[in-house]
Design a protein around this ligand. Structure first.
Ligand SMILES: NC(=O)c1ccc[n+]([C@@H]2O[C@H](COP(=O)([O-])OP(=O)(O)OC[C@H]3O[C@@H](n4cnc5c(N)ncnc54)[C@H](OP(=O)(O)O)[C@@H]3O)[C@@H](O)[C@H]2O)c1
Length: 133
């Protein structure tokens, strides 16, 4: 049966930059619709505060620290999310960063324009998803 926007039971989601602002609002909306959500950000204290506040509201939200500018941390976040939730159905690339990034391999574009730097960050967060290359 197709899901409606107000019924996201069984949806497993990751929201980067989910400790405050737009990311936290997205995470809360998804969780209120029934999703299990993992939020991430760089500041562990803020992340824990957000996690506790959302859990106190009865929402299934947990935090994992991750700096999306760091490729290995993004890959570790994806692995930890799959371990914790069983799978990832939705990945929200909310946390914005600007490059150039250490480890950029140019596999999407050979240039280093701001647009390709953005693609690089997207690539890092796309590739860890199960089934993606
Ligand atoms: N608000 C706007 O009008 C607007 C307009 C256009 C685009 N945007 C973009 O939309 C996104 C969210 O905006 P916002 O206003 O909600 O921002 P915000 O209130 O500053 O929140 C940013 C969130 O991202 C986290 N974050 C920052 N750097 C990170 C990193 N390197 N890795 C992982 N998490 C990181 C922050 O937590 P930590 O500090 O703990 O890491 C926080 O949870 C940003 O990418 C922003 O550039 C916003």
């Amino acid at each position: 049966m197709a899901r409606t926007p107000s019924d996201l039971r069984d949806l497993k989601a990751v929201v980067t930059g989910g400790s405050r602002g737009i990311g936290r609002a997205i995470a809360e909306a998804l969780a209120r619709a029934g999703a299990q959500v993992i939020i991430s950000s760089t500041n562990s204290t803020n992340l824990t505060e957000a996690e506790r506040a959302l859990q106190a509201a009865g929402l299934h939200v947990t935090g994992i620290r991750c700096d999306v500018a760091n490729r290995s941390e993004v890959e570790a976040l994806a692995s930890a999310a799959v371990e914790r939730m069983g799978r990832i159905d939705l990945w929200v690339n909310n946390a914005g960063i600007s490059g150039p990034f250490e480890g950029w391999d140019g596999s999407i574009s050979g240039s280093t324009t701001p647009a390709s730097q953005g693609h690089s960050a997207m690539h890092w967060t796309y590739r860890p998803m199960p089934g993606n290359r």
